[in-house]
Design a protein around this ligand. Structure first.
Ligand code: FMN
Length: 115
């Protein structure tokens, strides 16, 4: 799994020093939580219910999926740094997930439900 982090992000040193990162796939009811994490804050996890995974990464309660990844490489990506992780543990639930596209939040659901 790969993702990129802005080189100006205050959290970049912490991710560079880490051996693992966690990915939380939010459910469609988690819009406010997503907005919170999309903004700068001293402690984004304050008041958020989560548990620490086997490798110390935060896994948010009620997320549609969790991935615990070992960082295997980092790449230069211009104004972002690209992190590549090997998925070592995961968990998922069948529930509608939150999407952000065209500048707005959406609920992901199968096209079959439209017919
Ligand atoms: C939908 C969405 C996706 C985003 N994706 C990224 C991303 O992939 N990498 C990134 O560095 N910032 C991304 N951002 C911007 C960060 O959320 C924003 O810069 C935030 O302030 C970062 O927090 P920090 O300043 O505490 O690092 C995204 C924002 C939104 C709304």
């Amino acid at each position: 799994m790969l993702w990129s982090l802005a080189c100006a992000a205050p959290s970049l040193p912490a991710f560079r020093a880490a051996t693992h990162f966690g990915v939380n796939v939010l459910g469609s009811e988690h819009r406010d939580l997503s907005v919170r994490f999309a903004r700068g804050a001293r402690d984004k996890f304050a008041g958020v219910a989560y548990a620490l995974g086997e490798y110390g990464v935060p896994l948010i309660d009620g997320a549609a999926a969790h991935f615990e990844c070992r960082i295997v490489d980092r790449y230069y990506g211009g104004d972002h740094e690209i992190f590549l992780g090997r998925v070592e543990r995961y968990h998922y639930e069948h529930k509608p997930t939150l999407l952000f596209c065209h500048g707005a939040y959406h609920r992901a659901h199968p096209l079959d439900e439209d017919v």
